[in-house]
Design a protein around this ligand. Structure first.
Ligand SMILES: Cc1cc2nc3c(=O)[nH]c(=O)nc-3n(C[C@H](O)[C@H](O)[C@H](O)COP(=O)(O)OP(=O)(O)OC[C@H]3O[C@@H](n4cnc5c(N)ncnc54)[C@H](O)[C@@H]3O)c2cc1C
Length: 383
């Protein structure tokens, strides 16, 4: 009988090999052409990577959160655009269904998601409601045994490529607004009439991931496609984001780790003033700081993951992990470009992609400023 450590090693090794052979060699081309590699995601799905944390009773791998982060780090080091697509699927819609789905919803959606047959995403943000997501305006109105959704979501990962989206809309009425308590979550198959993804965004980084707005035009759903309780959608989204932010932590670590690996190789090969640039102390100090920050970011994320697995509330720690790892990714990739000099600024060299991919980790799933607000609230009486 394999121990939990054996399982962790096997799963992480499988992810590492897959990333090395089937993702990394193609990532630059996908980035250049903004190609979303659904076939590769499907292959990962067949191996179980779309059900990493889904309990085994729902046909998932039932991995602990530390193993999940280790897998995401491997995939992010190869291509964080692909990592974010599967990270969101595993963290947010999956967590929502595991925690709040009915038995029928789990049969119908969660199990096929875990088997890799359905790719999911989640749409909370709107053009006027980003950090202040509770101010969203898309509206569902009850019509007998159905709900009818109208509105527009913004920047949803996988919106144009997923089979299923978890969509947060208002279910309170204009005459009796209830703020965050007026928001509910709906399970929306993307082939529903009235679901229209916009043209994919033309992004600075993560260019192979699909990010798009969604028009909701009289989208009619049976009442049993509401997830959990009416008015609890914002709470479910925040729970999902705790898991999501840990994943972004691993994404940041993966990007930074790759930047360090490439920098070490380059600094050993690149010669100036008759010696390898790694022989200059100024270069060595940069490498030392890069490695130290990466270790610290990984340790913080894994510590938060261990708390989550122990059943503790991790809102504070997930924010710390996301904040520190994303700022580490940005800092380390900036140093990597400096170490590569002029070559670092060129598209032919991989560090500029890492730098572009790193930036968004400081923005999505709550900006660094929002993470600091969450952390400070937990530490002070301003909750
Ligand atoms: C590539 C990508 C993928 C995304 N994927 C998804 C997805 O799958 N689903 C989804 O729902 N959303 C997604 N988003 C949206 C993302 O979560 C938002 O962009 C993010 O929450 C920030 O919102 P905003 O862009 O409206 O910025 P704003 O909220 O307008 O913020 C602008 C600036 O003001 C600062 N600010 C705002 N409020 C405060 C405050 N109270 N105190 C201090 N500073 C503040 C912010 O930190 C930021 O620096 C994605 C975005 C991107 C770029």
């Amino acid at each position: 009988m394999p121990t939990a450590t054996d399982v962790r090693e096997q799963v992480v090794e499988l992810a590492r090999e897959f990333a090395r052979e089937k993702i990394e060699p193609f990532a630059a081309e996908w980035d250049r052409t903004s190609h979303f590699p659904r076939d590769v995601i499907d292959e990962l799905g067949k191996l179980g990577f779309l059900g990493m944390c889904t309990p085994e009773e729902y046909e998932g791998m039932g991995l602990d959160t530390i193993t999940y982060l280790m897998v995401l780090e491997e995939i992010s080091a190869a291509d964080s655009a692909l990592a974010v697509s599967i990270g969101i699927h595993n963290a947010i819609p999956t967590t929502m269904l595991v925690k709040h789905g009915t038995r029928e919803q789990k049969e119908r959606w969660l199990k096929p998601m875990a088997r890799g047959e359905l790719l999911a995403g989640f749409a909370l943000s709107e053009a006027e409601a980003g950090s202040d997501a509770a101010s969203l305006r898309s509206q569902a109105i009850k019509d007998g045994k159905h709900w009818v959704l109208n509105g527009a979501k913004a920047w949803a990962t996988n919106a144009g490529t997923a089979d299923l989206m978890m969509i947060m809309v208002r279910t309170d009425t204009p005459n009796a607004r209830r703020g965050a308590k007026g928001i509910s979550t709906f399970i929306v198959p993307t082939d529903s009439k009235g679901y229209k993804p916009a043209k994919p965004e033309d992004k600075m980084g993560l260019r192979a991931s699909n990010t798009a707005g969604i028009e909701l035009n009289d989208l009619r759903l049976p009442a049993d496609q509401m997830l959990g309780d009416e008015g609890m959608g914002f709470v479910y989204a925040m729970e999902g984001l705790d898991a999501g932010r840990l994943g972004i932590g691993a994404q940041g670590v993966g990007i930074a780790r790759k930047a360090l690996e490439l920098s070490l190789k380059y600094c050993a090969e690149r010669k100036q003033f008759g010696k390898a640039i790694e022989d200059f102390q100024a270069v060595q100090f940069k490498l030392a700081d890069m490695a130290t920050r990466i270790e610290a970011a990984r340790a913080l994320a894994q510590r938060a993951a261990a708390r989550k697995d122990a059943g503790e509330d991790v809102t504070l720690y997930a924010s710390m992990a996301k904040l520190f790892a994303s700022e580490t990714a940005m800092w380390v990739t900036t140093q990597a470009i400096q170490l590569f000099g002029g070559y670092g600024y060129m598209r032919d060299f991989p560090v500029e992609k890492l730098f572009r991919d790193a930036k968004v980790t400081e923005i999505y799933e709550g900006t660094s400023e929002i993470q600091r607000i969450v952390i400070a609230r937990a530490l002070t009486r301003h909750s």
